[in-house]
Write a protein that binds this ligand. Structure first.
Ligand SMILES: *[C@@H]1O[C@H](CO)[C@@H](O)[C@H](O)[C@H]1NC(C)=O
Ligand SMILES: *[C@@H]1O[C@H](CO)[C@@H](O)[C@H](O)[C@H]1NC(C)=O
Ligand SMILES: *[C@@H]1O[C@H](CO)[C@@H](O)[C@H](O)[C@H]1NC(C)=O
Ligand SMILES: *[C@@H]1O[C@H](CO)[C@@H](O)[C@H](O)[C@H]1NC(C)=O
Ligand SMILES: *[C@@H]1O[C@H](CO)[C@@H](O)[C@H](O)[C@H]1NC(C)=O
Ligand SMILES: *[C@@H]1O[C@H](CO)[C@@H](O)[C@H](O)[C@H]1NC(C)=O
Length: 468
């Protein structure tokens, strides 16, 4: 008896399940078929998946069951290289039938629009009131402008439109996306200014507008976005100064403003960026100094200030950055000595100080020089000299030049003498190598021989000293 009732129960459960498969509104099901038909290279998709929410699922479609009536609703569509069968068709397009899927929460299409030109349409941001996640990425034929009503997609948490061919300006309405946490419009052809209205993106933690053609100044509203962890505005045409109070963004981990036309100085408020790990400002006319307080940003792992018109000394404070792995200050006007403590930073794995006017005696531990190898780049600092008899040989074919009287002493006046020596031999070395690159008069193998001879000479002198 008990087993019979169990059997009946199971049967009813099964049948109700079966029922549910048909329990999808016709309009929604039809909408899904049309959307798939406009994307995928398989006209038989509807026949193969007549019940896409239940009995005949497809990995790129997810559904959820609603309450009264308990119909299935399509909540997620994902098309991308991870779902290869069927692939996108050549003429793939973004169908207006998406609007028949009003419960859609997530739409992601990667690498699908590659040939025929496709555009975003305004209704996409108007009618899908549950849409939280929109990611249309790496679609080279997705072009045209971002519709100006973007800000009406009020539920959006993630908006990724990167690596497409979008142009025009970033709509001012964007500030209405108060729940937006991630905004990635990188690698497009967007122009105009970053709208001041971004100050309204109160939930934003990732802002990536890199690799566009954005111009004008950084919006002064940026420091209002207290949850920001990552700002990447690199490789645009931005200008003006860094907002003075940008350092208010206590959660900031990455700041990349590289390859723009931004002026210095680095504001004093940056002192407060306790969580900053990446400070990437290279290729900007900062025309300023490396501020001493950078040494107090304990979490910094990567500093890139190459080609920034920076002058003055390398602050010794940098040597307190124990987590630093990369320091690039190449192509500036830095002068004075290289703080020897940099060679003791336990994690430093790239040190690029090439093309500056650094001077004085170089004294890095051998292990450090060995560990970094070619990632220690000190070329083109003509007043820098090394007393190492052994290596830094990574650069023996370049600068730094070697001191003649190198015996490892620390006597002030000997030090002075060494610097004089360096200066006096500099032009020869410099000219040799410049000749090589500019004309054909010099023979590289001869240069190499000269160098070998010189090295042999130094070794001989050292040996003599030792024997005496
Ligand atoms: C894509 O769809 C839009 C609107 O549905 C249409 O105007 C456009 O011509 C279509 N593009 C292609 C390449 O089929
Ligand atoms: C370095 O400074 C000198 C003199 O102030 C200037 O002529 C030169 O252009 C500067 N070089 C760089 C790379 O900024
Ligand atoms: C150092 O910087 C210069 C100039 O930006 C660049 O050419 C060189 O490749 C860099 N060296 C290393 C080791 O990264
Ligand atoms: C110098 O470098 C060569 C190879 O680059 C290596 O074999 C040698 O041990 C190094 N010498 C010292 C003293 O570090
Ligand atoms: C430093 O070296 C010079 C010349 O070699 C010598 O005259 C002088 O006494 C030395 N000074 C000290 C403090 O050792
Ligand atoms: C010197 O010139 C030769 C031939 O023109 C080239 O192969 C070599 O790389 C040059 N070396 C330097 C250091 O510029």
């Amino acid at each position: 008896m008990a087993s019979l009732s169990l059997f009946l129960f199971a049967l009813s459960l099964l049948s109700s399940n079966c029922f549910a498969t048909q329990d999808m509104e016709d309009q929604e099901l039809l909408g899904l078929f049309q959307v798939m038909g406009s994307l995928l290279d398989d006209p038989d998709w509807p026949q193969a998946h007549p019940f896409p929410c239940s009995d005949t699922p497809w990995p790129g479609v997810k559904c959820e069951i609603g309450q009264s009536p308990p119909f299935f609703h399509v909540t997620k569509i994902h098309i991308g290289p991870d779902i290869l069968d069927p692939p996108c068709k050549i003429s793939a397009n973004l169908s207006h039938s998406l609007l028949n899927l009003p419960y859609l929460k997530s739409l992601s299409i990667f690498n699908c629009f590659t040939s025929s030109s496709v555009a975003l349409f305004p209704a996409l941001f108007e009618s899908l009131s549950y849409l939280e996640h929109l990611a249309l990425q790496s679609n080279p034929s997705l072009s045209g402008e971002i519709p100006s009503n973007l800000g009406n997609a009020a539920s959006l948490r993630v908006l990724t439109l990167s690596q497409n061919n979008l142009n025009g300006e970033i709509p001012k309405s964007i500030g209405g996306l108060v729940f937006l946490e991630q905004l990635d419009l990188s690698y497009n052809k967007l122009s105009g200014e970053v709208p001041q209205s971004v100050g309204g993106l109160k939930s934003l933690s990732i802002l990536d507008l890199s690799w566009n053609a954005l111009e004008g100044e950084l919006p002064s509203s940026l420091p209002q976005l207290q949850l920001l962890q990552k700002i990447d505005l690199g490789s645009n045409q931005l200008q003006g100064k860094i907002p003075l109070n940008l350092g208010m963004l206590k959660k900031l981990v990455l700041l990349d403003l590289s390859h723009n036309f931004i002026n210095g100085p680095i504001p004093q408020s940056f002192e407060g960026l306790d969580n900053l790990e990446y400070l990437i400002l290279d290729h900007n006319p900062l025309k300023s100094v490396v501020p001493f307080f950078i040494g107090s940003l304990e979490k910094l792992t990567s500093i890139s200030l190459s080609e920034c018109g920076i002058e003055g000394p390398i602050p010794t404070s940098l040597s307190s950055l124990k987590t630093l792995t990369a320091l690039s200050l190449a192509n500036n006007n830095l002068s004075g000595p290289i703080p020897p403590e940099l060679g003791k930073l336990p994690n430093l794995d790239l040190l690029n100080l090439s093309h500056n006017q650094l001077s004085g005696q170089l004294s890095f531990p051998n292990e450090f020089v060995k560990k970094l190898g070619k990632r220690l780049d000190l070329r083109e600092n003509y007043e820098l000299c090394s007393r190492e008899k052994n290596n830094i040989s990574v650069h023996s074919d370049e600068t730094p030049t070697y001191c003649l009287n190198s015996n490892g002493g620390t006597n002030e006046s000997e030090e002075q003498q060494r610097r004089e020596d360096c200066k006096s031999i500099k032009p020869d070395w410099k000219n040799q190598w410049e000749d090589n690159s500019s004309t054909t008069t010099s023979n590289p193998s001869l240069d190499k021989n000269l160098m070998l001879a010189f090295c042999a000479f130094v070794v001989a002198v050292v040996l003599c000293f030792c024997l005496l």
